[in-house]
Design a protein around this ligand. Structure first.
Ligand code: GLV
Ligand code: MN
Ligand code: MN
Length: 414
């Protein structure tokens, strides 16, 4: 099967999916448990069925298609990515990998290649954590890492919990543990994804072979002070939550800059309450996202943030909470599967490069316990998580071809 033939289907499907956004004309906004998520899931389920797969939507909102092998008792080969997006994001992050997985299923079926194991294509629910500040909800549920208490605990900025959002969407959060797969039933996990960074595009390389994914910690910090009149309250008699919070926030990027190992730290959301220009803020909420290939760096920055919050809130006479939203350690991907894909790249004369991932992926969650591999395809100018995100369909088709060859190798193992 040639790249040109694959390209047409990948392009057709991704173009269709572009319409499932809450912000037409302003990028893709497909948050979990929304109308747009439902539309995407229904469309993906239809594609899976057309590809000859048995399809289920599981208790976590993942859409799962299975192409049966001759010995379905063997651990399956699973491939997928996520169908949700960030707010005003792009049309490729996550969803391109779901379409690649469905394309691999089509190619396996069409070539009639022998398959002992099942091939399973998945569209995961809520990888981004955009709505509830968390991440890897669907892939975590598949590994048995989510329960009803987790669903009750995390809320969006409107105060709606995952639990209530699921009920509204038509899923039963009390049954979330039904989404867990039996230990040992997933033999290998594969994910194709856009790079979301500039390396492949700048170096004109077609395929990225991802050897590791950074660890991530995410926090929601709330600093409590007292609201007062901005003009009449002397500087030494106020409990200014903005003053205390900003003293901490202003240090965080510098702490990351001091570290090696691709360490980054981001405060992406800040909210003051009540938020009036002539009122001392009584409350400031802000998020922190810390990432590194070296987990010690992440722990150290989180520790420094706590120490600074202790100091600055004590100086102000206020208090704080630092709620953990996500803690996940860095992961190395399967050397064996990377080597197989490297040989495929050579055979097709595709240029390739080994590189780490600074973005999080379902592979980060799944790779903690299951042999996992990822390929990246170039992102134009490295832009992602924004409406201008762009990846060539021909590059995605090449990734689908490489992954089909890897899947064929894995599917016939005893
Ligand atoms: C997901 O794209 C992430 O890396 O936050
Ligand atoms: Mn993604
Ligand atoms: Mn993303």
């Amino acid at each position: 099967m040639q790249v040109e033939e694959i390209l047409g289907r990948v392009a057709r499907d991704l173009e269709h999916l572009k319409q499932f956004t809450a912000t037409p004309g302003e990028g893709c906004t497909r948050l979990p448990f929304t109308k747009e998520a439902r539309q995407a899931v229904d469309f993906l389920g239809g594609l899976m069925r057309e590809a000859g797969m048995e399809v289920v939507e599981d208790a976590a909102g993942n859409i799962i298609g299975t192409l049966k092998g001759t010995n379905p008792e063997l651990p399956c080969v699973m491939m997928g990515s996520h169908y949700d997006s960030v707010i005003n994001g792009g049309d490729y992050d996550g969803i391109a990998g779901v379409i690649c997985a469905i394309e691999v299923a089509r190619l396996l079926k069409e070539t009639g290649a022998p398959m002992k194991r099942n091939f399973v294509a998945v569209g995961f629910c809520d990888e981004e954590g955009m709505r509830f500040g968390t991440g890897y909800f669907g892939s975590g549920a598949m590994l048995g890492n989510r329960d009803p208490d987790y669903c009750r605990k995390f809320k969006d900025t409107d105060g709606i919990s995952i639990y209530d959002a699921m009920k509204e969407y038509g899923l039963d959060p009390e049954k979330i543990q039904d989404a867990a797969w039996k230990k040992g039933s997933i033999g290998h996990f594969l994910e194709a994804h856009i790079e979301q960074g500039p390396v492949l595009d700048a170096e004109n390389i077609e395929i990225g072979l991802v050897d590791c994914i950074v660890g991530i910690q995410r926090y929601m910090v709330t600093v409590h002070g007292r609201s007062d009149h901005a003009g009449t309250t002397p500087m030494d008699m106020r409990m200014d939550a903005t003053d205390a919070a900003s003293k901490v926030i202003s240090k965080i990027a510098d702490w990351a800059r001091e570290k090696a190992d691709g360490t980054v730290a981001t405060v992406g959301y800040v909210k003051t309450t009540p938020g009036g220009m002539n009122i001392v803020a009584e409350k400031v909420e802000f998020t922190v996202d810390i990432r590194s290939k070296n987990n010690d760096n992440i722990n150290d920055i989180a520790h420094r943030i706590r120490a600074a919050l202790d100091r600055e809130t004590a100086a102000m006479g206020g208090s704080y909470e630092m709620d953990t939203k996500l803690v996940i350690t860095p992961v190395n991907l399967s050397e064996e599967m990377l080597k197989i894909m490297e040989e495929s790249c050579k055979a097709h004369a595709y240029s390739y490069k080994y590189l780490p991932s600074g973005a999080g992926h379902d592979s980060l969650e799944i790779g903690q316990v299951i042999p996992t591999v990822m390929v990246f395809v170039p992102s134009k100018d490295g832009r992602s998580h924004c409406p201008v995100e762009f990846t060539k369909y021909s590059d995605l088709a090449k990734a689908a071809l490489i992954m089909t060859e890897l899947a064929q190798n894995l599917l016939n193992r005893d």
